[in-house]
Design a protein around this ligand. Structure first.
Ligand code: ZN
Length: 274
């Protein structure tokens, strides 16, 4: 915990330099951070500082979050239509615009919003999060580059976040796509286990599995570049069907997006054993 003190001093000095405020007035701002992990009795007692709590800190875990599509894709049709490697000897379009609700809420905005919530929930729990895009206004990156970003990382898990756009009447519910057939070891048991943990987590959170695709919320896919190219445990979460009125109501609501994010983050913590 000693390492925080230079930070406290530095912040105090900066503030003092700007406005001449006493340092002590600003230290309470950092109190919640400094006291994390220390029981109230420890700071009040005369026992030694709880050094042991820091030595048992587990090593950092990396999770890659891949928010589907991007807000600039629609304005750059040629750029996102170019063919890129999709794994298994195939090629595929660089990216697509994604779907939208009947009211016009676009999938890229949904995936971006939920991904940020998942990122924050994981970061608070000490997970290092890598994102495949930095905003919701750019173009791409292409599906092969998204996979490459994850492959270059030390990711324990890679989760692509999407929502579906089925026009079939009454089609609703979430599903989790996993690589099938597995083209390497990571695409096998680890990916299926990741998919199963996420499926179970979404189910526990009250979301219904899809009634139009896959089985019990799981769908093995051989046509998704992000899965075929992955060298890490990797899945796609299709949170619901944006074209279904009931699903769209949840997908477009603050409460719904928060519930998806908490369910996904909680399941990921289960998967990495934290
Ligand atoms: Zn999508």
């Amino acid at each position: 915990m000693r390492r925080w003190w230079p930070t406290v001093v530095a912040v105090g000095l900066v503030v003092a330099g700007c406005g001449g405020e006493p340092v002590a007035e600003h230290t309470p701002v950092l109190d919640p951070i400094v006291t994390v992990g220390i029981p109230p009795s420890a700071s009040a007692s005369s026992s030694p500082p709880p050094v042991a709590t820091t030595t048992s800190t587990p090593p950092p875990v990396v999770i890659v979050l891949n928010p589907g599509h991007n807000g600039g894709n629609g304005g750059h049709p040629d750029e996102i239509a170019r063919q890129v490697p999709a794994g298994a000897g195939k090629t595929k379009e660089c990216d697509t615009t994604g779907t939208q609700t009947n009211a016009g809420y676009p999938e890229h905005a949904f995936t971006w919003d939920v991904t940020l919530r998942v990122r924050d929930a994981l970061a608070i729990r000490g997970v290092t999060v890598v994102m495949t895009r930095e905003n919701d206004t750019g173009v791409g990156p292409c599906v092969d580059e998204r996979a490459a970003i994850a492959n270059r990382s030390d990711a324990a898990a890679v989760v692509s976040i999407h929502a579906d756009g089925s026009e079939a009447a009454g089609a609703h519910g979430f599903h989790v796509a996993y690589p099938l057939p597995a083209l390497n070891e990571a695409q096998g048991e680890p990916s299926l286990r990741l998919a199963t943990v996420l499926r179970d987590g979404l189910g526990k959170a009250g979301f219904a599995p899809a009634n139009y695709i896959g089985q019990n919320g799981l769908d093995g896919r051989g046509d998704l570049a992000g899965l075929n190219l992955s060298e890490k445990p990797s899945v796609f979460v299709e949170c619901g069907n944006m074209r279904d009125a009931a699903d769209a109501g949840v997908l477009g609501s603050e409460d719904g997006k928060q519930r998806y994010a908490v369910a996904i983050a909680t399941a990921l913590m289960t998967y990495i054993g934290r």
